[in-house]
Design a protein around this ligand. Structure first.
Ligand SMILES: [Cu+2]
Length: 150
């Protein structure tokens, strides 16, 4: 009586174990989770703008809407330049690092001075699609370019 019970329990647990192994072995690998929430994706998009011979390169800088962005300006010239954004950072949470010198006004960042061979980095999430011009306001510098957020 007692031994019978014991052996039936053994059989059941053995069957369960086999079934579990079978399920684990046969279960298809779960598909990669699509990134449907762009604002909380951990991937940071790095975008580089070079300044060379009094020109921004490229002159059309494409950023991705709702994507964590690191926008880097690298001044390769022997003179300083500035980055003056128009509308881009209004109401935007901004982190600036590197060796640029930011200047702030009532509406936020007015401009960033980038020394010769200097590098400045902006970290932010573009949340408003559109076309945003920027320029260098040093006297005599005809440096203009555009950031496009889409
Ligand atoms: Cu300049």
């Amino acid at each position: 009586m007692r031994t019978l019970r014991w052996s039936s329990w053994l059989q059941i647990s053995l069957l369960l174990g086999i079934a579990t192994l079978w399920l684990v072995g046969v279960a298809p690998a779960s598909p990669p989770v699509p990134s449907l929430a762009p604002s909380d994706t951990g991937l940071e998009e790095e975008v580089y703008v070079k300044i060379r011979a009094r020109q921004f390169e490229p002159t059309m800088v494409a950023l991705t809407l709702n994507r964590k962005t690191k926008l880097v300006f690298h001044n390769l010239d022997a003179e300083l330049h500035t980055f003056v954004p128009v509308g881009l950072f209004v109401g935007v949470n901004l982190n600036i690092s590197g060796n640029g010198a930011p200047e702030f006004g009532k509406k936020g960042l007015k401009r960033l001075i980038i020394p010769s061979q200097g590098k400045a980095e902006f970290r932010f999430v573009p949340t408003r699609p559109g076309v945003y011009p920027f320029y260098c306001d040093m006297p005599g510098h005809e440096m203009r370019a555009t950031i496009v957020i889409k």
